[in-house]
Design a protein around this ligand. Structure first.
Ligand code: DGY
Length: 325
């Protein structure tokens, strides 16, 4: 029996590929340890003849990629909970199993969300830049005043799923009141946290901070656009650790420049890895390079779960965390 070709598109942390080094499966060669993702040409040549792919959320997995792989391809295991980089229709047509990594990154993303939220509304990044500018300063009663989240500020969570709930638990501990949309907004746990279930249109005028936690698909692209921003309270904030295209960034820049919104914290960007230049010019915007899941243990768990999905499928068993096609 010839060894199956498993294509791993990026170098992964530590020994996270150990699930693939079993008796049933051959050792997998890790890709070169480069900071850059593979080019499109490298992806298409790398996947040729593969039976399994361990892909990243930055790899575009479409009909062309699946064709380049060939008919023996059984599984694409995406290292991420999001899978908007994958054309599910093209995968279904070729009977390729798709898996993601739900459940192992909720806390890491929720921690980062709270960090970004506090960093934005308490102006931490802006104050850090101020210190580094070398400007002379003393303590001042009106300097760097931001939003007191613990005085009952209202958080709107769009998409109260696993990650949204982890954010709700943290926000509640910080003393925030919470309105939320999404599958778990009416659950027992949400009720216990004092979450008030809502719709997007109903919650926007009543919140101080909006935090997005829904998947990106054609129905959620530009979910937050000029009209939604206009419905938000003057002086409110937008936090996005989900997917960039949920937000119309030009409309966001307008709402920030004209002072309707007080600020924003963005871990993800509409045209990633490009960052909107108008947003970059604004001091009230905190910008991060998509690091929501970048906790050491979390990244290891994500890679391991993706590898285990491949091991299961190549061994003829069902995947652990399949995406419905
Ligand atoms: C995910 O899991 O979808 C994240 O965005 C990757 O860090």
């Amino acid at each position: 029996m010839t060894a199956p070709h498993i294509y791993v598109t990026r170098s992964l942390p530590g020994n996270s590929l150990s699930a693939l080094h079993s008796n049933e499966l051959p050792a997998v060669e890790s890709p070169p340890d480069t900071p850059e993702p593979p080019s499109r040409a490298e992806l298409l040549s790398g996947v040729a003849g593969a039976e399994a792919v361990l892909s990243m959320v930055t790899d575009r997995i479409d009909a062309e990629f699946l064709e380049a792989a060939g008919p023996q391809l059984k599984i694409v295991a995406n290292m991420g909970v999001g899978y908007d980089n994958i054309d599910l229709h093209a995968a279904a047509q070729r009977a390729v199993t798709i898996t993601n990594t739900p459940g192992v990154l909720d806390d890491a993303v929720a921690d980062l969300t709270m960090g970004l939220l506090l960093g934005s509304v308490r102006r931490i990044a802006e104050a850090d830049r101020f210190i580094r500018s070398g400007t002379a300063w003393t303590w001042g009663p009106r300097d760097f005043v931001g939003l007191d989240v613990s005085a009952g500020a209202v958080l709107g969570i769009v998409g109260l799923g696993r990650i949204g709930m982890a954010v709700a638990r943290r926000a509640q501990a910080f003393g925030m009141r919470i309105l939320a949309t999404g599958s778990r907004a009416t659950s027992e746990e949400a009720r216990a946290l004092g979450v008030v279930p809502s719709t997007l249109d109903d919650l926007l005028p009543h919140i101080d901070v909006l935090s997005l936690h829904c998947p990106l698909d054609p129905s959620t692209r530009h979910l937050i656009s000029a009209a939604q921003m206009q419905s938000m309270r003057p002086g409110s904030w937008l936090i996005n650790t989900a997917r960039g295209p949920l937000v119309d960034e030009e409309a966001l820049a307008d709402a920030l420049e004209n002072g309707h919104l007080a600020g924003a914290g963005l871990d993800v960007h509409e045209f990633e890895p490009q960052v909107n230049e108008r947003l970059m010019a604004l001091d009230q915007v905190v910008l991060l390079p998509h690091i929501g899941s970048a906790g050491d243990a979390t990244r290891h768990r994500m890679a391991t779960l993706a590898a285990r999905n491949i091991a299961e499928v190549l061994a003829g068993r069902g995947p652990l965390t399949p995406v419905a096609l």
